[in-house]
Design a protein around this ligand. Structure first.
Ligand code: BGC
Length: 730
């Protein structure tokens, strides 16, 4: 059927099929023209507007090929304010829970499909190794194995077993590749990588995405040794198609073809840019609608053979066929699923499982009997925008849609009040200061224009702290009368996401000053970090009796943090990313190569503030009896719960390849599993390792296992003191 269809298509129809039009940018009238012309896809359009465009495509375009609709449903179908909002990908990664992440993907797919859409541009499989990067929150953290496992899980959740099912949408592994490596963590900058490094460090999660059946991939903004990925056939064709055997379709990122002219400056006209992008292996072109004229002109003038277009269109139509789009152009979805109770329950579960306790001097879980008055203080205690972070209807408003906060959600302040509703404990609240160092503004945003104005203002870098003093004073007054202070600090959505990288990972605005003042009162402080990323907060950690990391916890992030504080559940989160002591210490990811001169600065410790895999619980675990079966490459280890409450431990296995012909990291995560243990209980946990975990990528870019000594490590975190070790010869 595909061959027959392609044989009927004119050059114009093939070019149109390769284009994805941004409806939010061009407006509905232009979008309708594109639908009549036989466009391949639209993005950023919801509900009835999407259905109308589809109707035009299947009734009024000549070949009646249905359109595929894409959306950034990054942590839930979050551009629709009625949808379930899950924790950010980074927060969810703290759960280290494959099945949970799969269920989040499945719930999101049902909601996206119910809005008439077919495709989410998720997951991000780039590694988050430099916390200055604005998009850290979209990653599964710094480790390739963890990112690959959770990435494969969410892809299976989005797509299910059958792309044509009502509750399935296409996943999109992005951004291919090494986007997280942008120089200086400046979003979308040049990338300092080599092919060997790409294959060794950045390809593994994408390989797992292909193995999980991921239907689409997205090209990255960066470049490899001066060649933009958009035109790098080696990456997009040789590696992706020939080596990984990817059989879906590849879309560029936003306006990548025009960027070849305007930003990357490797061509000076749209014809050349279009031909280069098509020859490299991009199947669909996001936003650069000029590609349409550009590629037609290039084929006509004999500068590119039409077979490249045939190939691209074949990839697109094959997925459309597998989705059953020709019989069912409108996704039915699961009526009633948008924001439904079952999905919200999953969101709460995800929020709970991502809560990570980083410090506890013994105050947690808080014993309600010892407390009479709690002061809840801080800019993020009652700010749902900060709790949600990036990629929601606040940050990416779809024109004509509302952007004011939509219930249900629970902020930390609300969660604490709920946790204490049956007690005599009084809760007092003070805002404290803003994260941006600016006057507090709690307006509603009735329309997109006013909203963008506010975003613009929040983004300007006016740090006049003196404006904040009245709020800090108010907070101090309230704190004085309390016997426990719960602080909610962090960042806000305008410090996260595209364009929003940070050169300074300290708490912004007057937040540190606020804590300094409160810390002089000798009242216990519990700090809850509601942020898009790790922040450099050694002082805050010193001044706090406990630190709880919630990242962007989604609609129930506040409830989950409060429940963890009061011991309603035993926290099980583990950091998917290391925290730096200070900004100059980044990148501080755990699996670096050994250095010669100890790899430390004269003015900063070598170790991170908190390491990959760290996270406390209200019990503790002991590891013993580490074994390794060479035949099956299976590690087994006994894990005992030594405390007095039930807990869930994340058993982490690392490998050190002691001597190899290329340098390797000091250790690499090679497996993990979660185990629930009653107090006093011991279980033997067996984890099968993959061959790839023992391999290295040689200078000629081949992956091999080199025989010799390997150290197998198992334990509670990536820190040496948390691991027991075993040396084996392979
Ligand atoms: C981002 C992608 C996103 C796309 C569509 C781009 O700017 O890099 O991650 O999917 O926009 O919104």
């Amino acid at each position: 059927m595909i061959d027959e269809l392609i044989s009927k298509m004119t050059l114009e129809q093939k070019a149109a099929q390769m284009i994805q039009v941004p409806v939010a940018m061009v407006g509905m009238e232009k979008a309708k023209e594109w639908a009549r012309k036989g466009v391949g896809s639209f993005l950023h359009v919801l509900g009835d507007d999407a259905r109308e465009l589809q109707r035009i495509a299947v009734e009024q375009s000549e070949l009646k090929i249905p359109v595929v609709f894409g959306i950034d449903a990054i942590h839930g179908h979050c551009l629709n304010r009625n949808a379930t909002i899950f924790p950010s990908q980074l927060a969810m990664a703290s759960s280290w829970d494959r099945d949970l992440v799969r269920r989040v993907g499945h719930a999101t797919a049902a909601e996206v499909a119910t809005d008439g859409l077919h495709w989410t541009f998720s997951p991000v499989l780039c590694l988050g190794r430099d916390a200055r990067w604005g998009r850290i929150n979209e990653t599964f953290g710094e480790d390739k194995y963890l990112a690959g496992e959770l990435g494969a899980s969410i892809i299976k959740g989005y797509q299910g077993d059958d792309l044509s099912a009502d509750d399935s949408v296409l996943a999109c592994a992005k951004h291919f590749i090494a986007y997280g490596e942008a120089t200086g963590a400046r979003d979308a900058y040049d990338t300092e990588v080599t092919y060997r490094k790409i294959k060794d460090e950045f390809l593994p999660p994408f390989k797992k995405a292909v193995e999980a059946g991921c239907a689409t991939f997205m090209t990255a903004y960066g470049s490899v040794d001066g060649t933009p990925f958009t035109i790098d056939r080696k990456t997009l064709h040789n590696i992706l198609r020939e080596e990984l055997k990817f059989d879906g379709f590849l879309i560029t990122d936003w306006d990548n073809v025009n960027a070849l002219i305007r930003r990357q400056r490797v061509c000076d006209n749209i014809g050349d840019a279009s031909a280069l992008a098509a020859k490299a292996g991009n199947d669909m072109i996001m936003c650069s609608t000029e590609f349409y004229e550009g590629i037609i002109e290039q084929v006509r003038s004999g500068k590119i053979e039409e077979k490249y277009l045939d190939e691209a269109v074949r990839h697109i139509l094959t997925i459309k066929l597998r989705m059953g789009l020709f019989e069912k152009p409108d996704k039915k979805g699961v009526p009633g699923s948008i924001g439904c109770e079952a999905h919200r329950k999953t969101s709460l579960e995800a929020a709970r499982k991502s809560i990570t306790v980083l410090k506890n001097d013994g105050i947690l879980p808080v014993n309600k009997k010892n407390i009479r008055r709690i002061a809840v203080i801080g800019p993020n205690a009652d700010d749902i925008r900060a709790q949600y972070g990036d990629w929601t209807y606040f940050t990416h408003p779809v024109p004509g849609r509302f952007t004011e906060p939509q219930r249900p959600y629970v902020t930390l302040l609300e969660g604490i009040k709920e946790s204490l509703k049956d007690s005599d404990i009084e809760v007092a609240y003070a805002y404290g200061c803003s994260v941006n160092g600016r006057g507090y503004y709690k307006g509603d945003y009735p329309d997109t224009g006013a909203f963008m104005e506010q975003v613009y203002q929040d983004n300007s870098h006016d740090n006049d702290g003196s404006k904040e003093m009245p709020y800090i004073n108010e907070a101090a007054e309230i704190a004085k009368k309390a016997d426990l202070i719960i602080l909610a600090l962090g960042d806000n959505y305008n410090q996260a996401g595209e364009y929003n990288d940070r050169a300074d990972l300290n708490l912004s605005g007057m937040q540190e000053a606020l804590v300094r003042i409160l810390s002089t009162m000798k009242i216990p402080i519990i700090t809850v970090l509601i942020s898009s990323k790790p922040l450099a907060i050694p002082q805050i950690v010193n001044w706090s009796d406990a630190v709880v990391c919630a990242f962007n916890g989604g609609m129930y992030g506040g409830q989950a943090a409060s429940e963890a504080i009061f011991g309603d559940f035993n926290p099980q989160g583990r950091l998917p990313i290391s925290f730096p002591v200070m900004t100059g210490q980044v990148p501080v990811y755990y699996n670096q190569f050994p250095g010669w001169h100890e790899g430390r600065y004269v003015d900063c410790p070598k170790e991170p503030l908190f390491a990959f895999g760290e996270g406390l619980s209200y019990t503790w675990y002991e590891y013993s009896n580490l074994k390794f079966d060479k035949e099956t490459k299976t590690v087994s280890v006994d894990v005992s719960n030594k405390g007095s409450v039930k807990g869930v431990e994340t058993v982490q296995v690392y490998i050190d390849d002691v001597v190899s012909s290329v340098m390797t990291a000091v250790k690499n995560l090679a497996g993990f599993d979660k185990v629930e243990l009653e107090p006093g209980q011991t279980k033997t946990v067996s984890i099968k390792l993959e061959d790839d975990s023992f391999s290295v990528v040689l200078p000629d870019e081949t992956r091999v296992i080199e025989p010799g000594e390997f150290v197998i490590m198992a334990g509670h975190s990536s820190k040496d003191e948390d691991l027991i070790k075993l040396s084996v010869e392979l």
